[in-house]
Design a protein around this ligand. Sequence first.
Ligand SMILES: NC(=O)c1ccc[n+]([C@@H]2O[C@H](COP(=O)([O-])OP(=O)(O)OC[C@H]3O[C@@H](n4cnc5c(N)ncnc54)[C@H](O)[C@@H]3O)[C@@H](O)[C@H]2O)c1
Length: 326
Amino acid sequence: MSPSEATASEANPSEATGHVAALGGGLIGRSWTALFLAAGRSVRVYDPDPAAEPRVRGAVGEAWPVLQQLGLVTTDDPEGRLSFCDDPREAVAGAGFVQESIPERLPLKHELYAAIEPALAEGTVVASSASGLTLSELQQGWSDPGRLVLGHPFNPPHLIPLVEVMGNDRTDPGVVAAGRAFYESVGKVTIEVRREVPGHVANRLQAALWREAIHLVEEGVATVEDVDTAVSSGPGLRWAVMGPTLLFHLGGDDGGLATFCERYADSFNRWWDDLGTPRLDAETARRLVDGLAASRPGDHAELVARRDERLAAVVAATHGSDDGSR
Ligand SMILES: NC(=O)c1ccc[n+]([C@@H]2O[C@H](COP(=O)([O-])OP(=O)(O)OC[C@H]3O[C@@H](n4cnc5c(N)ncnc54)[C@H](O)[C@@H]3O)[C@@H](O)[C@H]2O)c1
């Protein structure tokens, strides 16, 4: 029986019991904090950097209008529900759910887990945002890792709906299901990663596409700018609406996916045989940086603002409250 099929654990963190503890208030932690507050939760943040508190408060203020626009704000007064702790044990005591988003360094994560484990209430689920570290590596920091799951978001977590949730045979029954229920209660879309692989699911998909994008640039097939345009003005638009297999089902017309596979098997097999396998070394990085600079992408802050504005519009269209996908 997989952890998600088992009975839910005693305390269900999707119920509005207990606060949420956000460990780490950096790029990812502050975005999570804004989302949890929007969903009406009280959030206690622990981050040893004294600059974290103003940064988190600023990020919540900046995120609020777009969260309102997306219909994700259920209760106002985020400031009244946001507090900061000097000790991680204080942040997690009595929490229904803990989201750990500290730097991607294993000894640091282990040290924090060892500090908080004795302070956790029964039934509290702890999720790590870790992108590169595996669940079994993270589990080494616990005496009993039964309550720990991977809860991997996409940047920025307050806008991108997906969270990849993973447990394994050391995870207690019901904990993956409870984690998924919590994320869904704050407006996220979850998938379960059923086997440990580096990069989970979505980062591997990104890596596969970027590998070929780099190969096309290196082979002189197209510029960095044109390869980016080929994605964002082409299939990227469709992928925001449906996944690749469902889209190809429609590409088979009335015959659906079976017809599509029959018609295009030779083409895909030929393309797959021809795909490149570049390495991301210093020389490749330099070519990409130069290629991007040639397209004059513009000021960093303006690009972030443009990305978030367009992203919010796409998320509203594809995952908004009347869309039914949430
Ligand atoms: N950046 C991304 O695109 C992205 C996307 C998904 C997941 N993640 C994952 O999220 C996690 C955090 O990444 P980030 O980009 O927010 O990093 P970051 O460096 O921006 O933030 C980390 C924060 O943790 C704080 N911190 C350091 N030690 C701490 C401790 N012992 N306890 C509490 N806080 C501590 C730091 O002061 C900092 O504010 C990583 O595991 C990363 O892999 C990152």
